[in-house]
Design a protein around this ligand. Structure first.
Ligand SMILES: *Cc1c(COP(=O)(O)O)cnc(C)c1O
Length: 399
């Protein structure tokens, strides 16, 4: 048996790798530089071009580009008309923004449990959480795998709910051959640097509904319109005239960020293929490894995977998750945990949420760990990660 680095052995590699990292190439840099010296720095022609490109790519009728994924979720909740007294059902196994967007609107996030094998929100559990106050579902494509779109659509139709898909992890994923972004009432994307394609900070919402689209446009730019047919005053004073017709925010993206994202979008297919290749290599390497459980995928999802998660089967290992995590770190493979159940946070505790609401999600949280996954990983990096996981799992195996 190999001596673990944490016990003084030689680490599997000398320099540290992290769980995720952006891929910015020379043409990305050129695209930003060209836009920076042009006439528009903030919202201009590159933002428009990006919106058309995103709509075309996802197959949605409309796309609105915003300053980040959280703003995208906030705008979607505003467009859905969510307000005080409403409830919004989401998963606890997500970044806090998926639930915070309901709080921003004065509504109450309600947590449904997840499927023990895919880790995605469980439609059966959603049904048990519905009340007469339920207004929307924020379904997260966790790790990039599509949620069960058909089942969630059916629930939304049965109860008259708005289906918001949080696809922060899932650009490039298809469900039954259809691109994520074309399926839900509104789909939200994030272009944060750890996500599959990036504009530094950035986000977008896609929709097929012209009414939701108009509301999204207003929500992300102060509720101000320049369109005469939308104005309420009959006297238009002059060409400078515009109206604020609702309460909106400044959630605009800049043109140089849009230029970066247009350039990144052109690489998405390449990034997806490389991510898939690494996922397959990991799956193959770990499939018979004692103490490690792999995330399962539904056949309907052709996944552009954002995160690769291993779940420790702690009954079969002599270590804790913390010891495994620290051992990986000592091997110079820096993992991360996605995610702490949202309602465990002090802010949610103060709002009255308690542990135990979603036992399956909590149990998954206790064993999971995200290992490195991004297109820039070389084959030898991937081998190092596999080596580290096998070395540690073997060392701590009860067998
Ligand atoms: C990253 C992320 C967000 C928020 O996106 P930002 O661009 O960081 O604001 C929302 N939901 C999920 C699931 C995310 O992973």
């Amino acid at each position: 048996m190999e001596l673990l680095a944490i016990h003084g052995g030689t680490p599997v590699r000398t320099n540290k790798i992290y769980y995720g990292r952006q891929c910015i190439e020379d043409d990305d840099v050129r695209a930003v530089a060209e836009t920076l010296v042009g006439p528009y720095i903030t919202c201009g022609p590159k933002v428009r071009e990006l919106e058309l490109k995103l709509a075309h790519f996802t197959g949605a009728k409309y796309a609105v580009v915003v300053s980040n994924g959280t703003a995208a979720l906030h705008c979607a909740c505003i467009a859905a008309g969510i307000g005080p007294g409403d409830e919004v059902i989401t998963t606890p196994l997500t970044f806090a923004a998926s639930a915070n967007c309901a709080l921003y609107c004065g509504a109450k996030p309600v947590f449904a449990d997840v499927d023990p094998e895919t880790y995605n929100i469980d439609p059966q559990s959603i049904r048990t959480r519905i009340t007469e106050r339920t207004k929307a579902i924020v379904a997260v494509d966790f790790t990039g795998q599509s949620v069960k779109n058909d089942e969630i659509r059916k629930i939304c139709d049965d109860y008259g709910l708005v289906f918001i898909e949080d696809a922060a992890h899932a650009i490039g994923t298809t469900y039954k051959g259809k691109e994520v972004g074309s399926l839900a009432d509104m789909t939200c994307f994030s272009f944060h640097p750890v996500k599959t394609i990036t504009s530094g900070e950035g986000g977008a919402i896609t929709t097929n509904d012209p009414d939701l689209y108009n509301k999204l446009v207003l929500a992300h730019t102060h509720g101000i319109t320049h369109e005469e047919q939308e104005m309420e005053e009959t006297e238009i004073e002059g060409p400078w005239y515009y109206e604020q017709i609702s309460l909106g925010y400044n959630y605009r993206l800049t043109d140089f960020q849009a230029a970066l994202l247009i350039s990144q979008l052109n690489k998405l297919e390449r990034f997806k293929q490389r991510r898939k290749e690494i996922v397959e290599t990991y799956n193959e390497a770990f499939k018979d490894l004692d103490g490690i459980i792999l995330q399962k995928e539904i056949a309907e999802s052709d996944t552009c995977r954002h995160l690769y998660i291993i779940q420790l089967d702690l009954d079969k290992l002599t270590c804790t998750r913390r010891e495994f995590f620290d051992a990986m770190s000592a091997e110079n493979v820096q993992c991360q945990i996605h995610y702490i159940p949202v309602y465990w946070f002090p802010h949610y505790k103060r709002l009255g949420y308690t542990k135990g609401l979603c036992p399956i999600a909590e149990n998954i949280y206790n064993g999971i760990m995200s290992i490195p996954l991004y297109p820039l990983l070389s084959d030898s990096d991937v081998e190092d990660v596999i080596h580290a996981v096998k070395k540690i799992a073997t060392y701590y195996s009860k067998k």
